[in-house]
Ligand binder design. Sequence first.
Ligand code: AHM
Ligand code: MG
Length: 327
Amino acid sequence: MLNKTTTLTEFLLQDERRFKKATGNFTLLLTAIENAVKIIASHVKKSGLVDILGSAGTTNIYDEEVQKLDKFSNDILVETLTKTGHVSAIVTEELEKPELIKTDYGEYVVYIDPLDGSSNIDVNLNVGTIFSIHRKPDNIKSDADLLLKGSDQVAAGYVVYGPSVMFIYTCGNGVNGFTLDPSIGSFLLSHPDMKVPETGKSYAINESYYHRYPEYIQKYLDFIKKEDEETGKPYTLRYASAMIADIHRVLIKGGIFLYPENSKSPNGKLRLMYEVNPMSYIVTQASGSATSQDNNPLEIQPKSLDERTPIVLGSKKMVSEFLSFLK
Ligand code: AHM
Ligand code: MG
């Protein structure tokens, strides 16, 4: 039985039995991610103390080497996942360039954005970890064999390091949210079967690029700011500069998140394999919509590991309203 005292581990074990497609090895892999993010969460909490304890590249008062938090998060995830023995390749978006770690064993391939929104660290705001899990392709001979489509994901999730730490997860049977209870050190099932509300009141986009956006985006932005009581316009702008926080808001309250193409970045900024695929999988599993221009992002065949793609995600009605401007 699932209730609010169900831990993430219990949930995963029950999932294994309910859907019979997960195995003990898969549960072990998820548990490794859970352990790594708990360690990252405790470091994120201490990040404001960096001036006291030492800044990146120096040693702290205990004479320990201090690492940048994004590098630290990357290393802990890679180390923990490698130790499981069930991961053949880990591809991460650490510090703008993908890092590829291959092993000779394992059944899974994992793509990770270790610390999304890392520029928020300096100002003590939300950051998070995003992951996407695929079954290992038959034969990994080169990096090209790791260019897997989002629709092949077997699971995806993200962790928000906010006022509380939340672990949001899907393996294709809906989306469930867990909150870390610091007093017992466990993630508890706080948000079972999450659903993106059909519509919402807020939009998230970097509006400072208004003049760089194509005309249809400009028209859309003008439209959603016009007074219209019936449809709740103007929508309210909420932009966290961390995709993870913006999408978490959408998942809970409804709304729309956009990182479209612009004249300086024709494919937008967000990476297909570490950000767009997992977030699109989660949002669509929670009954929301995702579109990359007019394409299903999960069906895009990646051409490189660090490919970027325009993305719009959110409440079904709001995404279809956006799409009417594309036509
Ligand atoms: P990061 O992975 O290096 O942190 O970059 C991705 C972040 C997203 O979380 C966020 O949506 C976007 O960058 C914000 O970019 P901009 O400053 O162009 O609005
Ligand atoms: Mg990111």
